[in-house]
Design a protein around this ligand. Sequence first.
Ligand code: ZN
Length: 343
Amino acid sequence: MDDRCRALTMQRESIISVHFAIYYSCLLWYLVNRGWDMPLVVTLGEAQEHEFRREVAADDDRKAGASRLPYFGSEDDPNVPFATLNKHDSGRYSGVHFHRIDQFQVVVGGRGMIGRHPVAPLCVRFVRAYTPYGPVQSHSGLAFFVLRARSEKGSLHFPEARQELERVPNRHPFQVTRPAVFPALRDDADVVEELVPDLRDEHGLSVHTLTMNSDSTTVAPDPSRGAGQYALVITGSLLHNGAEYDPLSLVYIGPQEPRLPLRAGATGLQVLILNFPRTHSTSVMPFAAGPHNWRCTWCGYVYEEGRGSPEDHIPRHTSWEKLPPAWTCPDCDAPKGDFRRAV
Ligand SMILES: [Zn+2]
């Protein structure tokens, strides 16, 4: 990069920083003054007003640019919820990394891979704090929400930050990705609610799909069981406090707030409800401990010999010894040597 190009880049970054600081200051002022007495709602159109681009330099190994639409959050205050819609240009590559707090990701556009798992619209992921994942690859304009119950600065890259992981006491790495499938309406019900399988634990983690007939009403699940709740409009519209909210409008409901009233607009409503587990959530995906299962010491992925590794076309009943030495963790790309027998 020559000096002129570097100067332009720095200028652009400082403009983005100032823009972002002003936006977050206004949002923080609003959050402080509203007194947390009602749910916070941001529409796609409002988030688009603050959209900013990150171009990619020729020597950047991320290979392509990205846009970010800020919904909620403040880098100045870790205690407010944080939500963005990230749009990655085709070909963008983000290396393996982790965060210090729990997060959901909800894919709403394009296609890509997270680790070696294909993702497409309405894949929902929960990734616990201190669980490495990736790389994240956009094959065709991957767009996904990042939802956190609190704000956090940046991410830590792996394996450079592995010493930080090693210092975390009582770490319980956990991540799970499942498609959210909305139930069909039945003749005898205006509202149908289902739980997304496996995205749940005994500490309040749960994800619900709700399909509602036009003009029908219900209430969202109780937010007090967990550490915060998001409601994401997928299709139709949500009527709330005299306003009508279109697809990709996002509502945050704190654990102290009452259950969110849900009223569908004239074309019905499909809404995704995501509940964060309380801070001390420690559960992991159930698996049969035994001499034929091997667990990634970094991210918690379990290689079960009986299952093989479908992501890599490794057939069922492939023993650990027969697994190629170059095979790596499908969730975090750790080498085979970082696995231990899961007993
Ligand atoms: Zn792993």
